[in-house]
Design a protein around this ligand. Structure first.
Ligand code: TRP
Length: 331
């Protein structure tokens, strides 16, 4: 039995990821594989809380898997699987629903935002979504949950539910902690750098997809909104330049101070071109790998089946323990 800490995280299969998803989440997933025992999940059950076209959902699950592998998730180090393949997620979610309070779920800011933007379909699952997320995490006894800042409140809720349950039934669940890398970049929109980069941005110039071609990347960085000072450094009221500095720093590993020095005496034109070029070069091998993977459905199937088998092994043990504790009779 290994004593590595356990990790669980999930990503929703909603189309192609942006460099914001990559630098904010996937890159962390990849680096955590070396040190931890990792379980990564394509959260298809979460994604149906908003309307989905069945054919597009199928395509998106496979492309999210291919993208995760292209970015460096290694099936020999981590379990990567499709959430709906492990029925324990839905089963534990039901149990935990009885230990989740209406009031606490009502306070989730993501629920408030999503129901505000989705007035014609405020369904029950949109409301209980964080309970399913809690089941995802607790099934795998996860110590650490790598997430972006927007998910912190959900992880806090998961901790509370786990503590509450353990308080009644003893030490059943590991209490999870959110994991955010120090200096983990929050990549902002290129067209409005006060907002987070989002693939649902109506302005195509606001985001860069991981699979974009060099010309398009360079064009978008060039067009990105900046201030008019013309000096490259990380500072107040320089959201656009700060964002480009962070992107550049994520890729080449230099500090903000080093980057300031590198571009001393140079203008935004030079800086933007350099950022665009290193970004395009960085993403090119991912795109090449993705194109090979997405054409090989047989291999993708092998990957999710392997991950699913290992995941079910862990999840079924936890669920059995829970059923036993709450007094369900053995089959
Ligand atoms: N809710 C997460 C998001 O929208 C995705 C997710 C589902 C997740 N289950 C999870 C993240 C469990 C961490 C742990 O980004």
């Amino acid at each position: 039995m290994d004593d590595k800490k356990r990790v669980l995280s999930g990503i929703q299969p909603t189309g192609i990821f942006t460099i914001g998803n990559y630098f904010g989440a996937i890159k962390n997933w990849v680096s955590m594989q070396e040190k931890y025992s990792c379980n990564y999940m394509i959260a298809d059950m979460h994604s149906i809380t908003v309307k989905q076209d069945p054919n597009i959902l199928k395509k998106n699950v496979l492309s999210s898997l291919a993208l995760s592998l292209a970015c460096g998730i290694d099936i020999n180090k981590s379990n990567i699987f499709i959430q709906s393949h492990i029925s324990e997620h839905a089963e534990l979610c039901w149990v935990l629903s009885s230990f989740s309070q209406f009031g606490e779920l009502s306070r989730m800011t993501q629920f408030k935002d999503k129901s505000e933007n989705n007035k014609e379909n405020i369904n029950a699952a949109l409301f209980t979504y964080p309970v399913l997320q809690t089941a995802d995490i607790l099934l795998y006894n996860a110590d650490l949950v790598p997430v972006g800042a927007d998910q912190k409140q959900h992880i806090e809720l998961s901790r509370n539910i786990a503590i509450r349950f353990n308080g009644i039934y003893g030490d059943v669940f590991t209490i999870p902690e959110p994991f955010m890398n120090i200096g983990q970049a929050k990549i902002m929109s290129l067209s409005d750098p006060s907002k987070k980069m989002s693939k649902s941005d109506k302005n195509q110039n606001g985001f860069i997809g991981i699979l974009e071609e060099k010309d398009s990347i360079i064009k978008k960085v060039k067009k990105s909104v900046t201030d008019s000072e013309g000096i490259v450094y990380f500072g107040a009221e320089k959201d656009g330049i700060n964002n480009l500095i962070d992107i550049y720093s994520c890729i080449i590993g230099k500090t903000r101070e080093d980057i300031k020095q590198e571009f001393e005496g140079k203008g935004y034109g030079d800086f933007k071109l350099k950022v665009g070029e290193v970004l395009a070069d960085y993403l090119e091998p991912i795109r090449i790998k993705y194109n090979i993977l997405i054409a090989d459905i047989g291999y993708l199937e092998e990957c999710y089946k392997k991950g699913g088998l290992n995941a079910r092994d862990i999840a079924s043990k936890t669920l059995k323990k829970v059923y036993d504790k709450i007094g369900f009779i053995d089959k």
